[in-house]
Design a binder for this molecule. Structure first.
Ligand code: PHE
Length: 339
């Protein structure tokens, strides 16, 4: 009997379990009603009386040891389990709040998409520009008022380096590296030294378009702009071109579309006229072609430029221009469904 107890003591000391099931198996093997230790207790009856005391003590020691080892093993699992105590696989996934695209980006992408379908590719240029690309190469006279300090931001100590006032500078950037046919649109940010109010800002966004090839005519320009207006504002949209002036186009025009808010009947937005202005355009002035290394006796072209804020206002009636740059998430979230 003593031998058997010693054997079990050694076994219990070595007990190992890797998980709760194995631990339970050990409990059944040693401590359950039919386990090895209660079995020993059963046999206790047969122990001669003079040995009962010693054997009794040894059996109790064995039982205590077995229970202590069980408790130790259980604790080890409890620690491991505690690491996952907050793991609830039935819960829905974390509500990750996705950002939304900025309304100006939504509209810019739409403009790009429309002109891409008409065969225009993207071009861009720097926002910090030199006088040549913004003004001189675009046929601005030396004393043109747009060069004035009131309109243009100058980079201090570099009278020649400015923040571009329009994306027309990219026309020049494209022409100086590429011969016709040229068919590009150039979206980008521009800067003007204006007091900030609900209707003006010191920076805003434009999309420039430039098409140069043989035999490009004003009719081509008008057709492309009509297609654009109808894609952007709906098939019923009408356009009208009013004579205008830009140093880099001749003839020049401003384009209105039938007011898409009142459908042309006249409302507060179109000041009762039924028309709203959306862009400037014209045939590229032959001087501009020559200044940028393109033979004006072979090629002709058209150009147009529009403000993205203006188009966005027409689509979404944003009344205060400042909203576009304040990044108020309540405003931005309103465009969630347009993303
Ligand atoms: N650059 C002009 C502006 O900023 C827009 C324009 C572009 C007009 C191209 C004609 C042709 O107002």
């Amino acid at each position: 009997m003593i031998d058997k107890i010693n054997e079990l003591l050694a076994e219990v000391n070595e007990m190992k379990a890797r998980n709760a099931e194995e631990l339970e198996a050990l409990r059944i093997k040693y401590l359950s009603k039919k386990g090895k230790i209660p079995e020993l207790m059963n046999d206790f009856r047969l122990v001669p009386p003079e040995m009962k005391k010693e054997i009794g003590i040894r059996i109790n020691e064995l039982k205590d040891l077995a229970q202590k080892r069980m408790a130790e093993l259980r604790e080890q699992f409890a620690v491991a389990d505690a690491d996952h105590s907050d793991l609830d696989l039935t819960r829905t996934a974390y509500p990750v709040q996705l950002g939304t695209r900025h309304p100006l980006t939504i509209v810019k992408n739409e403009i790009i998409d429309i002109f891409s379908r008409l065969g225009f590719t993207l071009a861009d240029g720097p926002e910090v520009e030199d006088d040549w690309h913004v003004f001189s190469s675009m046929n601005f006279a030396e004393d043109h008022p747009a060069r004035d300090m009131q309109d243009t931001f100058f980079v201090e100590s570099h009278p020649d380096i400015i923040l571009r006032t329009h994306t027309s500078s990219v026309q020049s950037r494209v022409m100086e590296v590429q011969q016709p046919p040229i068919r590009v649109i150039c979206p980008g940010r521009v800067y003007r030294n204006e007091a900030i109010s609900y209707r003006a800002h010191c920076f805003f966004h434009q999309v420039e378009g430039l098409y140069i090839d043989k035999n490009v005519s004003f009719t081509d320009l008008k057709q492309v702009l009509l297609l654009f207006a109808q894609e952007m504002f709906g098939n019923d949209t009408k356009i009208r071109l009013r004579p205008s002036y830009f140093p880099f186009t001749e003839p020049s025009a401003e384009m209105d579309i039938s007011c898409n808010i009142c459908g042309g009947k006249g409302c507060a937005f179109c000041k009762g006229t039924g028309w709203v202005e959306i862009l400037g355009c014209g045939m590229v002035d032959p001087n501009v072609l020559e200044l940028n290394g393109i033979d004006s006796s072979i090629y002709s072209g058209y150009a147009f430029g529009m403000g993205i804020e203006r188009i966005t206002n027409l689509k979404y009636q944003v009344k205060d221009l400042r909203m576009f740059s304040e990044n108020d998430t309540r405003f931005l979230r309103e465009f969630e469904s347009a993303n």
